[in-house]
Design a protein around this ligand. Structure first.
Ligand SMILES: NC(=O)c1ccc[n+]([C@@H]2O[C@H](COP(=O)([O-])OP(=O)(O)OC[C@H]3O[C@@H](n4cnc5c(N)ncnc54)[C@H](O)[C@@H]3O)[C@@H](O)[C@H]2O)c1
Length: 273
């Protein structure tokens, strides 16, 4: 297509999210923390909605020490009333809520014959039910304001999975289905809804998983599954989230963006192919 014509690319040199207010759930560590950093660097004021008070306060302190505008709100996303309070606090503190990133989630990998109703409820209450009601609370505010963006952090397990991951795969598959339905319901109100599905990402959660399996050897095996021999960092997922939340991604709603560092591009993993 050649060079971009004057006036057709980004209209200004302002940071991507200048003037925006964002809330990131589970932003005390891992992917959520990476997202909080990148949204804030992109100009957004950020609410860290986190269950773990120490982690949430630590994240807020680290970002504010870097000169970024961040507020921690103790939040249990598994409790819809708690999410609604966090949305209200964000609105009172900053006068708006333009972006919600539903990142908080837990993972359960367990032999399906050993899964209990309580395992099912615990994961679903956060990863699917909690995510929906946090979105509902935020969408009410966004609808009043005439627009916004909701990004669900899903997983590549929504698309293809492994044995013993029934609850997690079902929840994340549900998240991707919710993305489509919510995009249709909220589109008329100027609200875009996307899911962002990371593959392997180097977080404390991933490090715990590695440690259970013999860290160095498993890490080498995981890296080898990826075209560039490396997995995602939380910062990279954060950079994608900042782009998706920005007006530069206006063309996207109701779809999933899979960010798996090329893992799913490979057809076979057997030796000799
Ligand atoms: N790390 C990966 O490889 C990977 C891959 C695909 C998808 N994901 C998804 O990314 C998201 C974050 O994963 P991670 O690896 O950073 O996890 P993590 O366990 O490292 O961090 C999760 C954060 O969420 C917080 N949290 C837990 N329960 C909460 C609740 N009820 N309310 C509010 N906050 C709560 C935790 O305190 C923690 O700070 C999850 O939704 C996960 O399914 C992760």
């Amino acid at each position: 297509m050649g060079a971009v014509m004057a006036g057709t690319s980004s209209e200004s040199a302002l940071p991507l999210l200048a003037g925006k207010v964002a809330m990131v759930t589970g932003a005390g560590q891992g992917i959520g923390l990476g997202i909080a950093w990148e949204l804030a660097w992109a100009g957004a004021r950020v609410v860290v909605a986190e269950l773990n008070v120490e982690a949430g306060q630590g994240a807020a302190l680290a970002l504010t020490s870097a000169g970024l505008d961040v507020t921690f709100v103790e939040t249990d996303v598994a409790d819809p009333a708690s999410s609604a309070r966090a949305v209200q606090t964000a609105h009172e503190r900053y006068g708006a809520l333009d972006i919600l990133v539903n990142n908080a989630g837990i993972t359960t990998f367990k032999d399906m014959f050993e899964v209990t109703p309580s395992d099912w409820d615990k994961l679903m209450n956060l990863d699917l039910r909690g995510l929906f009601f946090a979105s509902q609370a935020a969408a009410r505010v966004m609808k009043e304001a005439g627009g916004g963006v909701i990004i669900h952090i899903s997983s590549n397990h929504a698309l293809a999975t492994l044995p013993h991951s029934e609850i997690y795969a079902a929840a994340k598959g549900g998240v991707n289905a919710l993305t489509r339905a919510m995009a249709l319901s909220l589109g008329p109100h100027g609200i875009r809804v996307l899911s962002l599905s990371p593959g392997f990402t180097d977080t404390p959660h991933y490090r715990r998983w590695l440690a259970e399996r013999g860290e160095a050897e498993t890490e080498r095996a995981v890296n080898a599954l990826h075209p560039a021999g490396r997995i995602n960092t939380p910062q990279e997922i954060g950079q994608l989230a900042a782009f998706l939340a920005s007006d530069n991604a206006r063309a996207l709603t109701g779809v999933d963006i899979t960010a798996d560092a090329g893992l799913s591009a490979r057809l076979y993993t057997a030796d000799g192919f």
